[in-house]
Design a protein around this ligand. Structure first.
Ligand SMILES: Cc1cc2nc3c(=O)[nH]c(=O)nc-3n(C[C@H](O)[C@H](O)[C@H](O)COP(=O)(O)OP(=O)(O)OC[C@H]3O[C@@H](n4cnc5c(N)ncnc54)[C@H](O)[C@@H]3O)c2cc1C
Length: 160
């Protein structure tokens, strides 16, 4: 079955605008599924525009990794939350995406993913990156979501 944003007046169709939401947000919320059981986690992320993928890091074990082993297809959301308006409506811009999630073993890619991630989520990225030496990076679990679909919706975004 195929679905589209019902409210055409709120739909974001410009690819660059969709990508900017993934670039401006600090985390994505990702839905996983194993044997008809849903699960979701929020993950701090870095969006790589050139590769259209999201990088994240996590603990080496846990429920989400068991779900990932069983089924690598994920659905995700990135949200710019502008809160409740004077009229008691809700102002937001959000992007939904689907893709395949996998862990990364390749050290140069981990280095690249970590740079993308830290530059996006940190106020002082260079100082933080300087502390992450290759031997430490080897012990860090990192993953990537390759995005194959995106949709966007915005409602009452503030002018500034
Ligand atoms: C804004 C934000 C950013 C985050 N960024 C990252 C990140 O970059 N990397 C990362 O690994 N994690 C991040 N987290 C935490 C993440 O959402 C998960 O809590 C964490 O990854 C553990 O997931 P797990 O499946 O391994 O949990 P497990 O420790 O295996 O937990 C199993 C059970 O604990 C409960 N549980 C797990 N997490 C939560 C939770 N957050 N709240 C309530 N109950 C929970 C669930 O019921 C689950 O069934 C972030 C959370 C938030 C809110």
């Amino acid at each position: 079955m195929s679905f589209h944003v019902r409210r055409k007046d709120r739909e974001i169709t410009d690819c660059e605008e969709l990508r900017q939401v993934l670039k401006r947000t600090k985390y994505v919320t990702v839905a996983l599924c194993m044997q008809d059981e849903p699960y979701l986690v929020s993950l701090s992320h870095g969006y790589d525009e050139a590769k259209n993928c999201v990088y994240f890091h996590c603990a080496p074990e846990g429920k989400k990794l068991e779900f990932l082993k069983a089924n690598s297809r994920v659905w995700g959301q990135a949200l710019l939350d502008f809160g409740v308006t004077e009229e008691c409506d809700y102002a937001y811009t959000s992007v939904h995406f689907s893709g395949k999630m996998q862990l990364i073993d390749d050290l140069p890619e981990k280095q690249h993913g970590m740079e993308v991630l830290v530059r996006q989520v940190s106020l002082n990225p260079e100082a933080k990156l300087a502390k992450i030496k290759p031997e430490r990076l080897e012990t860090i679990t990192m993953g990537r979501i390759d995005i194959d679909y995106m949709s966007g919706k915005k409602h009452l975004i503030p002018k500034n």
